[in-house]
Design a protein around this ligand. Structure first.
Ligand code: GLN
Length: 388
């Protein structure tokens, strides 16, 4: 039996029985998920609304989270349902009152409204070290204002959770109906732009797409049509797109199965330019005959160095993935185009004989540096060449 300290209103209970005690913030209740750490110093609102974090609890290594509050604009998920984003958050410090002209409401209230449970006042360095040494644990995060927690029951819940391996979440994060997107990148001080569309017709296959991917496509002059994850290749090609983007998304790429991989293979064979991002990269790799595997600690942050092997340039990028493409499984004529300089894992691929490429990182940033925005231009270049 774990004795909790006086005043504890939040806990993180790991499957191995470890209990981290602190203050509950945001929504009251409990949620099970995989705990990862994110090293971004800004962009907590974009992170918590990124659908790729579904079934995950994000521990922020940066100690001051919440300082700039929240607003209605910095939301990444398109669907707007909080279950299709991060389940919980862990902070070193309790969020302070916001100080920013864009803030509409404090982080704690925003999380409460969205049903996001958070825990503050814990040693996030120790938790990060634990993840680095033992991998991302299954855990339950719980917030109870009266300090009552059934620790054995929460431990059992964490232990019994089957985890992300084999879990298909992309179909849940996807939109249900196709729609057209016309908002462009953010530009200070006016805000989001409305670029002229029509230079390219791009179909985005939505596995849990981030808004800034759609905005970045609008930014290259594309008319963007977003279609549900289970849309057939035939239906996509019937729209006569100049290019197809395979989006980011949550869960295990290998579990998406029939509705994605065979359809992606058909898109590749059609000769249409294809650009994959994160989950889209992993599923494209599967469609090309490669393998994906679960990582120990994953990559989650806005400061990851990646090398573009085609130019020799190093870019600092936004990363958010817990699965990776096994480079040794890449069959010819697939070439590796990018590599993570943190651990040497694969970060990009291209086909030698088709206008097809993908990256593991997030060129749309949000949050993070803009170093990789050139990849949208590379996609535009493929679409230009393919037309000729
Ligand atoms: N951001 C993403 O698209 C994440 C892809 C996949 N769910 C992973 O964890 O690796």
């Amino acid at each position: 039996m774990t004795d909790l300290l006086a005043g504890v209103t939040g806990v993180l209970v790991l499957a191995d029985g470890t209990v981290l005690q602190g203050y509950g913030v945001g929504a009251v209740g409990s949620a099970v998920g995989e705990v990862c750490f994110n090293t971004a110093m800004t962009g907590y609102q974009e992170i918590l609304t990124d659908p790729s974090y579904m079934a995950q609890i994000v521990a922020f290594t940066f100690p001051h989270i919440g300082n700039v509050g929240t607003n209605l604009e910095d939301v990444e998920q398109v669907t707007g349902i909080s279950e299709t984003a991060a389940r919980g958050a862990i902070f070193r410090d309790t969020p302070t009152d916001p100080a920013n002209y864009r803030s509409g409401s404090p982080l704690a209230q925003w999380m409460e409204r969205r049903g996001v449970i958070a825990l503050a006042g814990v040693d996030t360095r120790a938790l990060t070290r634990l993840i680095r040494e033992k991998g991302m644990p299954h855990a339950v995060i719980a917030h109870s204002p009266d300090g009552q927690f059934d620790i054995p029951a929460l431990t059992a819940q964490a232990r019994e959770w089957s985890g992300l391996v084999g879990l298909d979440l992309a179909k849940d994060a996807s939109c249900r109906q196709s729609f057209v997107w016309d908002e462009g990148p953010w530009d200070w001080p006016a805000g989001y732009t409305r670029p002229e569309a029509g230079k390219y017709e791009v179909v985005v296959v939505d596995y849990g797409v981030k808004r800034n991917i759609l905005r970045s496509l609008a930014g290259i002059g594309a008319k963007v049509t977003v279609v549900p994850a289970n849309t057939s290749a035939e239906a996509i090609l019937a729209r006569k797109p100049d290019g197809v983007l395979l989006s980011n998304g949550p869960g295990d790429p290998a579990a998406t199965g029939e509705y994605s991989v065979p359809e992606i293979r058909k898109l590749v064979d059609s000769g249409t330019p294809v650009f994959g991002i994160c989950l889209g990269h992993q599923m494209l790799a599967l469609a090309l005959g490669a393998r994906t595997v679960k990582m120990e600690q994953g990559h989650h942050g806005a400061n990851h160095p990646v090398k573009d092997l085609t130019t020799g340039k190093v870019e600092i990028v936004s990363m958010n993935h817990g699965f990776t493409v096994d480079r040794d499984s890449l069959p010819a004529p697939v070439t590796e185009t990018h590599v993570s300089l943190f651990d040497g894992t694969n970060a990009g691929l291209a086909l030698a004989d088709r206008p097809v490429f993908s990256v593991q990182h997030h060129p749309e940033a949000s949050p993070g540096p803009m170093d990789s925005l050139y990849l949208f231009e590379r996609f535009a270049g493929l679409m230009d060449r393919n037309r000729k």
